[in-house]
Design a protein around this ligand. Structure first.
Ligand code: KIV
Length: 285
């Protein structure tokens, strides 16, 4: 017997139902246990353990260096929070490009530690990876537009789909990913009117980031939306809190109280009875 309560995550078909009902889908990135717990308490629908962990928590300059072992560790930490939100494990660069077989093996690793689904960037040869992973019984979220893992090929971290030819290609890719079995699709840094047309053309839900209000849902990176990142941000970022400021204020107050002796006060200390103390002082050993 175990006393672990069964987790009751959002059922996958609900994502499609939300699209059909016109209910906006809310996704955030999360890379650790407390964030996953808070996001779940806040009623977030989807948690993406994004490879954006690379530049937001692991100290890399881009998402490219993130390894499969790191993705597994972060996904496991999020899953231990047993959130109601669906957990989507992002497949890092190098974990799915080489072959369908490798893609399935690595998607399985993420599912083994608690991902409900995986996400991978791109179309073209990646459509076959989607088919293989879905064929192995693992739901896949696609990702088109600005795909940071291949930013060099795209000419940098730039909006995509800004010419008719490019927008047409993106719509064709989106349709192929839908046919291959993706249950939803991230559209990143895409003109709002192009993303809205793609959203209308698909049965699966689109989740936009810098893709306007016509998508079926929205995602932002945890550190951006909560104001933990304070430098220049892409135009689509909106800060809903100032956690960097709050954190700095808390740390400065702690440092000041330690230095002044105000912390710890009596209420933060453990007690010993007078009798035991006298015995200890009489014979410290
Ligand atoms: O890794 C990530 O955070 C992402 C989102 C930007 C969609 O892929």
């Amino acid at each position: 017997m175990t006393d672990v309560q069964p987790r009751e995550p959002l059922a996958l078909p609900e994502v499609g139902e939300m699209k059909r009902a016109g209910t906006k889908i809310v996704m955030v990135t999360a890379y650790d246990h407390p964030s996953a717990r808070l996001a779940s308490e806040a009623g977030i629908d989807l948690l993406l353990v994004g490879d954006s962990a690379g530049n937001n928590v692991l100290g890399y300059e881009t998402t490219v260096p993130v390894s499969m072992d790191e993705a597994v560790m972060l996904t496991a930490a999020v899953a231990r929070a047993r959130p109601r939100a669906l957990i989507i494990g992002d497949m890092p660069f190098g974990s799915f490009q080489a072959s369908d077989e490798e893609a399935v093996v690595n998607a399985v690793r993420l599912v083994k530690v608690g991902a409900d689904a995986v996400k991978l960037e791109g179309a073209g040869p990646m459509v076959s990876r989607v088919r293989a992973i879905v064929g192995a019984g693992i739901p896949v979220m696609g990702h088109l537009g600005l795909t940071p893992q291949s930013a060099t090929m795209l000419g940098g971290m730039k909006a995509q789909g800004r010419t008719a030819a490019n927008a047409r290609r993106m719509l064709a890719d989106a349709r192929e990913l839908e046919t291959a079995g993706c249950f939803s699709l991230v559209l990143e840094a895409v003109p709002a009117r192009v993303a809205a047309r793609i959203t209308e053309a698909l049965r699966i839900a689109t989740i936009g980031i810098g893709a306007g209000s016509g998508c079926d849902g929205q995602v932002l990176v945890w550190h951006d939306l909560l104001g933990l990142n304070t430098g220049a941000a892409p135009r689509f970022v909106k800060r809903y809190a100032d956690l960097a400021g709050e954190t700095r204020r808390g740390l400065e107050a702690f440092a000041a109280e330690v230095r002044s002796g105000a912390y710890p006060a009596d209420e933060h200390a453990y007690k010993i009875s007078e009798e035991e103390l006298r015995a200890f002082e009489a014979d410290p050993g």
